[in-house]
Design a protein around this ligand. Structure first.
Ligand SMILES: [Zn+2]
Length: 287
């Protein structure tokens, strides 16, 4: 338990550092007042935390114990050398999370809840905490399958979780890094500009950059899109840009209501990207 407190404190400190950095060096210009968004995002964070404690974590712990006792799963297979197991665990956990994130966009039921994360009209470190509790409850079932099939050691799983949470805070933040530094970092990590494109109101751009830690999965699945300058990105979902859509209660019950045509504005038009704005090479991170 002591270790968990240290990890929690470390993540909290890192979130606070990003919060300061994104206000000193903002990447995109915010559209809405911060206080209102913080209220919603921290409210979601509270419910999310309870859901993780009651559902996601117990499911993960139970599966880690079960795979250890039963020897079931991919990594314990004798053909996998001992030294390779932790590395492979890291890669497979991250790859499977890429698929889970894609499923959250693809399957209508999952998207109802994941879209609450995308409706945030601005993107910053607080968006990293804004996940609907039902999305997290669903993810418990994903954890059961993920851990059951991969069977990482509890140590490898904990290490991956820590890196995953840290990078989720980082790639949602609105921190402006020097473009050359970010291009370099983006070879091995999902970075704020890369994930910013995933939160664009242009549908084709939201359907890109699903990766969480390693950007390689988007390259592999041809869903990588880095050529959109951040100044040209409008954050959010076109049909949910009214002020009241970001009211805490409205956002919480939105998945249970009749859904609007997500990718159309109220006037019936859909946001499109002017071809002259995008860079030519989708693999080159635009400023
Ligand atoms: Zn998403």
């Amino acid at each position: 338990m002591g270790d968990e407190l240290w990890v929690g404190a470390g993540l909290g400190g890192f979130a606070l550092l990003l919060f300061l950095l994104e206000h000193c060096f903002p990447l995109r210009r915010p559209k809405r007042p911060l206080a209102g968004r913080l209220l919603v995002n921290l409210g979601f964070a509270g419910l999310a935390f309870v859901t993780v404690l009651l559902s996601v974590r117990p499911a993960a712990v139970a599966m880690l114990g079960w795979t250890e006792r039963s020897g079931f799963g991919l990594l314990p297979l004798p053909v996998v050398p001992d030294a390779v197991r932790p590395v492979l665990a890291f890669l497979l956990l991250d790859l499977s999370f890429y698929w889970w994130h894609r499923a959250n966009h693809r399957l209508a039921l999952l998207w109802r809840f994941h879209s609450v994360h995308h409706i945030d009209p601005d993107l910053d470190v607080s968006t990293a905490l804004r996940f609907h509790c039902v999305e997290l409850a669903f993810s418990s079932a994903f954890r059961v399958v993920q851990i059951g099939l991969i069977a990482p050691s509890p140590w490898a799983y904990a290490a991956y979780e820590l890196i995953f949470q840290t990078n989720t805070l980082f790639h949602h933040s609105n921190t402006r890094l020097p473009i050359r530094a970010e291009r370099l970092l983006n070879r091995v990590l999902v970075t704020p500009r890369m994930h910013g494109i995933h939160h664009s109101q242009v549908r084709a751009e939201t359907s890109a950059n699903y990766a969480s830690v390693f950007p390689w999965w988007d390259r592999l699945h041809r869903t990588l899109r880095l050529n959109i300058p951040q100044s040209a990105i409008e954050i959010g979902i076109p049909a949910y840009t009214r002020k009241q859509d970001n009211h805490p209660w409205h956002a919480l019950v939105m998945p249970f209501r009749r859904q609007r045509r997500y990718w159309q504005r109220e006037d019936g038009t859909a946001p499109r990207r002017d071809a002259t704005v995008a860079g030519e090479d989708v693999r080159r991170l635009a400023a």
